[in-house]
Design a protein around this ligand. Structure first.
Ligand code: UD1
Length: 312
């Protein structure tokens, strides 16, 4: 039986995808170096093969392809930290871009039915036109964004040059359980969740709001991201295409906090600080292109937060 390879499968989004694939009775191979992921994110299941290693290790990747009949690749593995990419651009480049090329070469050599790459809204940088679309101006501002954009271009070029059936999804602000809240650069929803949990336990805590809370984002629940990943795997029309993936709805940080207070029934003390330097002010995407191949998000922000809060 053929297998599905998930790079970064022990991470936040990857592990949710693995859950969904197992539910569909797929055989799943996870490669993850556990630099950001955690093996505890994966269930004990005979249909998972877990390989601890770097996706930039071309020997290891080629060994995987020679040992297993890999039919589909979800390439989610990356050093998913903009800050790390600024501090160590060469090191993160090895994973974030060379790793993509290594996987593409292996996919070309061994042949695969699908290759799906997780890109990021970061490629748009601070170019202000909204909503974003697949035709929007690209302005990657950090090594992380440059590597995501370069990888996208390779992924699409391998379709053009070698007819490898590739697709790119550009994730906007994904939230849900298993996202690490521990750094100030963690996703804002995971930080808020952590703060609300402390307040629920009668610990004193507050949320540092950078700016006045009028900045906007397109928050998408991780299960809707998984839904889109599986959809593009199944749809022939997705081959050779790039899709932006969000909800199509723009929410300010103030609104996010209000909704989350309603969901938790708790009130969160806020400390306002200066805007974070380098932050993007407004961001959201049109989802018309992915809707046209059958995608609709299942979770409103409020529903997604409920699910997250209740750890479902
Ligand atoms: C995301 C990335 C970021 C990257 C940017 C580029 C994540 C977690 N962050 O940032 O690394 O540079 O895309 O597209 O993937 N905020 C607070 N208080 C906090 C934390 C955040 O007020 O404690 C604010 C931020 O200043 C920002 C908003 O919340 O205005 C959202 O922050 P974040 O979740 O980090 O997402 P992005 O800014 O989109």
């Amino acid at each position: 039986m053929s297998s599905i390879l998930v790079t970064g499968g022990a991470g936040f989004i990857g592990s949710h995808l693995v859950d969904a694939l197992l539910e569909r009775n797929e055989k799943v191979i996870v490669i993850d170096n556990l630099s950001m992921g955690d093996e505890n994110n994966l269930p004990h299941d005979n249909n998972i093969t877990f390989i601890k290693g770097d996706l930039s290790d071309s020997k290891l990747v080629n060994k995987l392809f020679s040992e297993y009949d890999i039919n589909t690749i979800f390439h989610l593995g990356a050093v998913a930290s903009v800050v790390a990419s600024i501090e160590n651009p060469s090191e993160t480049h090895r994973t974030n871009m060379d790793g993509t090329l290594i996987l593409l070469e292996a996919a070309k050599k061994y042949g695969v039915g699908r290759f799906i790459f997780a890109s990021s809204a970061a490629i748009f940088g601070d170019e202000p036109t909204l909503p974003k679309s697949e035709e929007s101006i690209i302005k990657p501002l950090t090594p992380y964004a440059i590597d995501k954009y370069g990888s996208e271009q390779y992924v699409i070029a391998y379709n053009r040059l070698y007819h490898l059936p590739t697709t790119v999804l550009r994730f906007f602000n994904v939230f849900g359980n298993r996202q690490n809240p521990s750094s100030p650069y963690s996703g804002v929803v995971s930080i808020l969740t952590d703060k609300f949990k402390k307040i629920q336990n009668n610990e004193e805590d507050s949320f540092t709001l950078y700016g006045e809370g009028d900045q906007t984002r397109d928050f998408i629940h991780v299960k809707d991201v998984v839904k889109a990943l599986i959809l593009v795997m199944e749809r022939e029309e997705a081959v050779g295409e790039i899709f932006n993936l969000g909800t199509g709805i723009s929410t300010s940080l103030k609104q996010l906090i209000e909704i989350y207070e309603r969901v938790t029934g708790l009130s969160l003390p806020i400390i306002e600080k200066e805007e974070r330097s380098g932050d993007i002010k407004f961001s959201y995407t049109s989802i018309e292109k992915i809707k046209a191949i059958g995608y609709t998000p299942d979770y409103s922000l409020e529903e997604g937060l409920k699910v997250y809060w209740n750890n479902e």
